[in-house]
Design a binder for this molecule. Sequence first.
Ligand code: 5MM
Length: 345
Amino acid sequence: MTHQHAKALTETVQALMAPGKGILALDESNATCAARFAAVGVPSTPETRRQYRELLMTAPGAEHHISGAILYDETLRQATADRIPFPTLLQARGQVPGIKVDTGAKELANAPGEKVTEGLDGLRERLAEYHALGARFAKWRAVIRIGAGLPSQLCCEANAHAMARYAALCQEAGIVPIFEPEVLIDGDHDIDRCETVTEHNLRIVFRELQVHRVLPEGAILKTSMVISGSGATRRAGVQEVAERTVATLLRCVPADLGGVVFLSGGQGNVESTRHLDAMQRLAVGRTPWPMTFSFARALQQPALAIWGADRRCVAEAQQAFAFRARMNALAASGEYREALETEAA
Ligand code: 5MM
């Protein structure tokens, strides 16, 4: 890789990891979007998906807190009602357009109950097209399930291998790879088990990235937090989640990585914000990489509920979205106060 090529990647990383900002995950596949829309009574069509995503991407004030947005293939090719292509709109608002490029998690042969993420076939050609359409970063998500005897070594290795090949292809195309090995919150496991699995899996992921010669400073980890399973009898509190997550990342993540961003993974909106803030306060002067949010549900839920109830309430939904963006931006700086939630209400 030439110096210029590496420099372009690190500049994109710096834009995405700008202090006090985070990334909007807006890359729900059509199946996921249909499920989220159905929950609020909205039919899922290309036009309703376009309207909803325009609402979020044009929300006044959110541009101060959002550094970039991860889009789905359909959305990258869509435009505002005024015919401004979404990538152009994001760039004009000082945000980096991104694209989810995996084609989903499919059952992994010889590993009952586990999945491997697909999408490598034809990826070089797709990345060239996405770059031409304006995308400067990409995302690939793998799912790691905790259960009796799970995850298997096979599942961790297969996903890490695919993820490293994806990351290398992205960098070749001048696109920053975000790699997202999500340890699912589903299950009744305790936080100890989540920590063990997260550490084990991250070590495999970073080993594969090194084998595939991925430039660390031109890549971003999107991770789940170290947290109790959603069905655990005793769930760890905010401070413990923050301490264990930061400690695990310090053990596994190379110092020269471009950044670490978090998914919300089914946590409540305010719960995700609290965790991010607690981690940020702990991390000051301790972590060599910047950390911020890359939430989907925890940023979108209140806005989707308002818009779903009455699709004329665009401005109200935008306010709700911009508010969660601001709360999380404060948390990304360790400056969040829970009182702000009620003050605004
Ligand atoms: C884990 O999901 C990612 C982060 O979202 P949350 O903050 O809600 O956990 C998210 O980017 C996810 O990858 C997209 O929503 C796409 O999901 P699907 O399953 O449709 O590919």
